[in-house]
Design a protein around this ligand. Structure first.
Ligand code: SF4
Length: 208
């Protein structure tokens, strides 16, 4: 976590002077002011996301007005809408293609927990079952103000990171790609061999 330098006897406003602040604070301030969001509209929540992008709510105040269509150019994924089983492998693939540092904001009840379709045969109970989520915005749908509030909480999280401990600068902490779930009778993780064998046995396969 970045810490404000404390110089005894110096007034508060001077303590916050940019020349006296830490490297972390400058580095994180720069990242917060130039986040590159990737659009991911899946259902009705995406309409509120579009409203947040437009002139009235004005995301450009935060230096993030250009929405990227490519994960290679984005560092913040908005998952806004109902996450169906068919879409999950694509979302995970896109997440893996984003370069570090990267953040995920789950917009609305569906992306957070399945929402009104939670028990549906084709819907998952939240995107966080598959990729790490940094901030959840509740609501069905959440208002543009609520999504903006979520963006500001992402900014808070970024401001608390330190160059000394973030994994993307450390050789010993390389982030592994998230396994892409495979569509089948239900989604499964191809790296979970035991679960795979169990499924095949249940389906009547002879594994020897
Ligand atoms: S949370 Fe509500 S508004 Fe958002 S995608 Fe689900 S059903 Fe639609």
């Amino acid at each position: 976590m970045s810490e404000k330098p404390e110089i005894p006897g110096l007034p508060d406003d001077l303590q916050r002077n940019v020349f006296l602040t830490t490297l972390d604070a400058i580095y994180n301030w720069g990242r917060v002011k130039s986040m590159w969001p990737m659009a991911f509209g899946l259902a009705c929540c995406a309409i509120e996301f579009m409203a947040m992008m437009a002139s009235r709510f004005d995301l450009s105040r935060f230096g993030m007005e250009i929405i990227r269509a490519s994960p290679r150019q984005a560092d913040l994924m908005f998952v806004s809408g109902t996450v169906t089983k068919k879409m999950v492998p694509n979302i995970v693939r896109l997440y893996n293609q984003m370069a570090e540092p990267k953040y995920v904001l789950a917009v609305g009840a569906c992306a957070t927990s399945g929402g009104p379709f939670k028990e549906g045969y084709n819907v998952v109970s939240g995107i966080d079952k598959f990729i790490p989520v940094d901030v959840y915005v509740p609501g069905c749908p959440p208002t543009p103000e609520a999504i903006l509030y979520g963006v500001m909480r992402i900014h808070d999280a970024v401001m608390k990171q330190s160059v000394k401990s973030v994994p993307w600068y450390r050789r010993d902490q390389r982030n592994e790609a998230v396994p892409v779930p495979v569509l089948g009778p239900d989604l499964y993780n191809p790296k979970d061999r035991e679960a795979l064998k169990r499924m095949l046995r249940e389906a009547g396969a002879d594994l020897g």
